[in-house]
Design a protein around this ligand. Structure first.
Ligand code: IPE
Ligand code: MG
Length: 242
C-alpha cells in the first residue's frame, strides 16, 4: 500500500520534528464561531496529524499544546482547552498505544487540573514500554521555565559547577533523552518561537506555514518536509564540498 510518496523520496529526513499549531482562534473568528470551537477543530486536526505521522519515519514528534503564558487567556478558554485535551487523551490513548507510540509530557504537570494530570499520567504509564515514535506533548510548558527548573534541580543536587556542561545540562531539561530538534514547524502565519524549546532548537531548521492550524493538511506537512530536505545543515561549520 502506498501511504505517502513524499518521505521515501527525500534525501534528508528529520529525526525530531517539533510543531507549534497556531491559528485556532483566527480560524474560529473567520468562521463566525467562538474561540473554543477553533480549539475543537484544532484537536480534530491533531488527530488527523497523528494518523499522517505514523506513516513517516519520525522518531520524535513534539507538540506545543499550552504555554506557561497561555494562562493569561480568559478563564473559560483555558478551562475549555484543558477539558478538550483531557477528553482527547482519554479517547485516543488506546489508539496511540496500538501504534507503538510512547507518550510523554513536557512542562509543569502538577499545576494542571487533576483530571488532566490523570489522563496524562495514564497515557505515560500505558505507553512507557513502547518502542516506536516518542510523542512529547508540551502542556503548561515554557522554555524559560524549563531552564529555570533545570537550574533549580542542579543546585538542589549540589552539582559541582565545573561538571556543568551542555550535555549534563540537557539531562536536567524536561526533554532529557530526546535529541535536539531538527525541524520546527509553526502554522498560523506567525514567525516566532514563543518560548518553545528554546534550548533544543539552537540549530533547528524552521518552517513557517501561513495555514491556520485547523486547516492544516498532510500536503502542508509534506511541504515542510520537502523544504527541510533541501536545507544545508552546517551547525556553524563550513559546508563540506560535494
Ligand atoms: C493555538 O491557537 C492554540 C493554542 C495556543 C492553545 P491560538 O488560540 O493561539 O489561535 P490564534 O493565534 O488566536 O489564532
Ligand atoms: Mg496564537
Amino acid at each position: 500500500m502506498t501511504k505517502t510518496a513524499v518521505p521515501q523520496k527525500l534525501s534528508l529526513f528529520p529525526t525530531h520534528v517539533a510543531l507549534v499549531p497556531d491559528g485556532n482562534g483566527r480560524w474560529a473568528e473567520r468562521n463566525g464561531l467562538p474561540r473554543l470551537a477553533g480549539h475543537q477543530a484544532g484537536i480534530a486536526t491533531m488527530h488527523r496529524m497523528l494518523e499522517y505521522i505514523s506513516d513517516y519515519p519520525f522518531k520524535y514528534f513534539t507538540l506545543y499544546g499550552f504555554s506557561t503564558e497561555n494562562w493569561g487567556r480568559p478563564e473559560t478558554e483555558v478551562e475549555g482547552l484543558f477539558d478538550l485535551v483531557e477528553e482527547f487523551i482519554n479517547a485516543h490513548v488506546q489508539e496511540i498505544h496500538q501504534k507503538n507510540v510512547r507518550f510523554q509530557h513536557l512542562g509543569r504537570l502538577k499545576e494542571l487540573p487533576k483530571g488532566l494530570q490523570a489522563a496524562v499520567n495514564g497515557a505515560i504509564q500505558l505507553t512507557k514500554r513502547n518502542t516506536g515514535m516518542v510523542l512529547s506533548v508540551a502542556f503548561n510548558y515554557g522554555g524559560r521555565a524549563e531552564i529555570i527548573d533545570a537550574v533549580r534541580r542542579l543546585i538542589e543536587e549540589g552539582v559541582e559547577p565545573k561538571k556543568v556542561d551542555e550535555k549534563l545540562f540537557g539531562r536536567y531539561l524536561y526533554t532529557a533523552g530526546l535529541p535536539d530538534v531538527d525541524l520546527m514547524i509553526r502554522t498560523g502565519d506567525e514567525i516566532r518561537l514563543s518560548n518553545f524549546l528554546i534550548w533544543q532548537t539552537a540549530y533547528a531548521e524552521n518552517f513557517y506555514s501561513k495555514v491556520l492550524w485547523p486547516d492544516f493538511t498532510r500536503e502542508d506537512l509534506d511541504k515542510a518536509l520537502v523544504a527541510y530536505s533541501k536545507r544545508k545543515r552546517r551547525f556553524g561549520r563550513v559546508q563540506a564540498r560535494q
